[in-house]
Write a protein that binds this ligand. Structure first.
Ligand code: CP
Length: 308
């Protein structure tokens, strides 16, 4: 089985079978990154270009490492150091990168739909590394991979996603991914940070944090996007922390063996307390490791094998 598209722009339009294929492919990829020599020739002669119009630590580095571990050549472009700073458009930037022979373009952009737009313009594969508040599919895939690896299944899992759902592309991709794989998704956060109509995606909006956490198998804590605080969507960081910070007492409401996840970067003491972030239930560092394996799987499935 192959992926049906040359691109990975979001989880909304892919099937459960395709998600399972990516997760299954990531299993041997994880084996490669656990070896002393982390290099296989699978993508030799291929070129992967990362184009990041927003800051990133995890996503950009792990895509670049994923490409390198598969022997692809990699180049990284940021908005500040490219001709984007002179006003060049996204389409023109993409066309120029493709003209230089890129097989895959990994794009992070503040505008929802940017990856779709580029994917329609280019023959190369385009991977969405986060577009506005829309989707972040590779993050959701690594979340699913981590949950499946630890729990042995996704079907029937109770997944609580806590915090700033409104601005979270991770939440949207997680909802699509988990629900397609048969998990129950519960959402909780301040009412101003829950977008109206989000339950149409298949998630349940809970009226309290306690309701979302009750017996949950996975607790995924979202970053409070401090840069959006001036919009006054909640009274203060202190108030948010008092009401929604996942701490030891609140985590006890979840299943005893619940996994604690966070996509990073964390605001310790605001949405997650340091003791649980570094505690036994946290799988946050494993998420980061699994992110490399999942991104290797994505690159392999999109640009490995025959030339598209
Ligand atoms: N989770 C995530 O997207 O992290 P970065 O912004 O560091 O890539």
């Amino acid at each position: 089985m192959d992926l049906s598209s040359k691109d990975m722009t979001g989880l909304r339009d892919i099937t459960a079978a395709e998600i399972a294929l990516i997760l299954d492919t990531a299993v041997p990829m994880k084996g490669i990154i656990q070896r002393q020599i982390k290099k296989v020739p699978t993508l030799r002669g291929r070129t992967v270009v990362t184009v990041f119009y927003e800051a990133s630590t995890r996503t950009r580095t792990s895509f670049e490492l994923a490409a390198k571990y598969l022997s692809a050549d990699t180049v990284g472009i940021t908005a500040a150091t490219s001709s984007v700073s002179k006003g060049e458009s996204l389409k023109d930037t993409g066309r120029n990168i493709a003209a230089m022979g890129a097989d895959a373009v990994i794009l992070r952009h503040p505008m929802a739909g940017a990856a779709e737009l580029l994917a329609r313009t280019l023959g190369a594969s385009v991977v969405n590394a986060g577009d506005g508040a829309h989707e972040h599919p590779s993050q959701a895939l690594l979340d699913l991979f981590t949950a499946r690896e630890k729990k042995g299944r996704l079907d029937g899992l109770k997944v609580a996603i806590i915090g700033d759902i409104l601005h979270s592309r991770v939440a949207r991709s997680d909802i699509w991914g988990y629900t397609k794989m048969g998990a129950e998704v519960r959402l909780a956060g301040p009412a101003t940070l829950i977008p109206p109509g989000i339950e149409k995606m298949g998630a349940r909006v809970c009226s309290s944090l306690e309701e979302a956490l009750a017996g949950a198998d996975v607790v995924n804590v979202l970053r409070i996007q401090t840069e959006r605080q001036q919009q006054g969507l909640f009274p203060s960081m202190r108030e948010y922390s008092r009401m929604y910070c996942i701490n030891r007492d609140r985590l006890k409401l979840a299943a005893p063996d619940a996994l604690l996840m966070h996509p990073g970067p964390m605001n310790r003491g605001i949405e997650i307390s340091p003791d649980v972030a570094d505690g036994l239930q946290a799988v946050i560092n494993e998420q980061v490791t699994n992110g490399v394996a999942v991104r290797m799987a994505l690159l392999y499935l999109l640009i490995g094998g025959s030339v598209k």
